[in-house]
Ligand binder design. Structure first.
Ligand code: KET
Length: 428
């Protein structure tokens, strides 16, 4: 094979590795991807890969933010199962429009902004169905780059690791702002305001609408109001990533308070919604990007441009998940049931926070653990160091992200004692 390639003057394409290349006919070029090195492991999804590869029966996965029941099993919500039955066999499988299912978009934005929000009545919101929350963030980042090419994005420290990738790949100039204070294990509100005051007018700011990932620390209503004033006076654009509506308090309305506060102040904001967590539709990839505009014509224009970005990327979004969400949210009984099921998930997590904290205290840990119950949402930002996390994995088969984030949704009555004991051992 090699001699054939050399004869054809394609030597520079040849792989130097002695790979078994018997299936490549003589003369075919090879080595196209010689320079490609393996990508770094994803800090979150890579943890799941490592967990799956571990055969120890004691293993525990508190890495990815995916809800588990008290038996540690993935959950399909009852309201979703019922919606599936309603849909089954009745829908065609045509393409959706580029912007997705119109009814789905209408119901989504009502969930985010409120059923009777004036911006919805005035038709000032451009909304498109997206590939879950990630797709909503990415679509917005591309939109930002296209129409505000010189603008910056300000990203909190820390944040969901993928935020950095998303705005980097969209080639938006990224900056950070302080968010979390390790010494208090709380919000660094002063640092946040100081950093955002320095952001040039016209900058975009990424905010977690609720249940901040990974810290579990949210601003209070008063702090959101103060931030909203700053955004107004300094001409900053609020972009809300709302991946956990319902998971902070168990109440989808309360969890949307930040958005409502900014709306009341008249901001043109944008919001990325995900139904992965709160409806348990992780693999269905169903979400919504909405952009509040000045008037209904602008909303039509913006929507058309969002669709145009989607078209060459994935053309139009998938059907099934959007139908499920639409069925749940448009049927009063199913919607009521959904609210109850969200609350059950949120409450189980809160219960596990208490169990983890009390188990650590019972073991005589002298470290302060009250942040476990003070933080909200799916995660506990434990304060464990990378070395301690590595020991948990190596010695106890406990898998979590190296920043010390524990997905409380993976903690169960059955593993909480084991987890507490392991954490105690590595923090002694
Ligand atoms: N925003 C935030 C803040 C977030 O934590 C996630 C997912 C997403 C968006 C995207 O979710 P999607 O499934 O695209 O709707 N976070 C969890 C899963 C992941 O990393 O993809 C996690 O942090 O574990």
């Amino acid at each position: 094979m090699a001699s054939g390639l050399v004869r054809n003057g394609a030597k520079r394409f040849m792989s130097t590795a002695a790979a078994p290349a018997s299936s490549v006919p003589a003369g075919a070029r090879s080595g196209w991807w010689e320079a490609v090195q393996p990508a770094a492991r994803d800090p979150i999804l890579g943890v799941t890969e490592a967990f799956l590869a571990d055969s120890d029966p004691k293993k525990v996965n508190v890495g990815v933010g995916a809800y588990r029941n008290d038996e540690g099993k993935p959950v399909v919500l009852e309201c979703v199962r019922k919606a599936e039955q309603i849909i089954a066999g009745k829908q065609n499988m045509e393409y959706l429009p580029m912007g997705g299912l119109v009814k789905f978009n209408d119901l989504s934005v009502k969930l985010a902004y409120g059923d009777t929000a004036p911006v919805l009545e005035e038709k000032r919101v451009a909304a498109v169905q997206t590939l879950s929350g990630t797709g909503a963030c990415r679509l917005f980042a591309d939109f930002q780059k296209r129409f505000k090419p010189d603008s910056r994005i300000y990203i909190p420290v820390p944040t969901w690791a993928n935020h950095h990738n998303i705005w980097r790949d969209a080639r938006v100039e990224a900056h950070t702002f302080r968010y979390y204070k390790p010494s208090t294990r709380g919000l660094d509100f002063e640092g946040l305001m100081e950093d955002l005051k320095k952001a040039p007018e016209g900058s975009f700011v990424l905010l977690h609408a609720c249940a901040h990932n990974p810290t579990g620390v949210d601003p209070t209503a008063d702090q959101w109001k103060e931030m909203s004033q700053l955004f107004k006076s300094n001409g900053l654009f609020p972009f809300f990533d709302m991946a956990y509506q319902g998971f902070a308090s168990g109440d989808t309305v309360r969890d949307a308070q930040a958005i409502r506060i900014f709306m009341e102040d008249g901001h043109q904001l944008a919001c990325a919604q995900s139904f992965a967590k709160n409806m348990g539709l992780y693999g269905q990839r169903v979400g919504c990007l909405s952009v509040v505009c000045d008037n209904s014509q602008q909303a039509v224009n913006v929507k058309s441009q969002l669709q145009q970005i989607a078209r060459p990327m994935y053309s139009n979004p998938p059907l099934h998940g959007a139908q499920i969400v639409t069925t749940v949210l448009s049927d009063p009984e199913l919607k009521e049931q959904w609210y109850k099921e969200v609350k059950v998930m949120a409450d189980r997590i809160i219960g596990m926070r208490e169990a983890l904290k009390s188990n650590l205290e019972k073991l005589g840990s002298s470290l302060p653990w009250k942040h476990i119950t003070e933080q909200i949402g799916m995660f506990c930002y434990s304060g464990l160091t990378e070395d301690q996390v590595d020991r948990l994995t190596k010695e106890f088969h406990i898998y979590m992200t190296r920043n010390g984030r524990i997905s409380m949704a993976g903690v169960t009555t059955g593993n909480v004692e084991y987890l507490a004991n392991a954490i105690h051992e590595v923090t002694k």
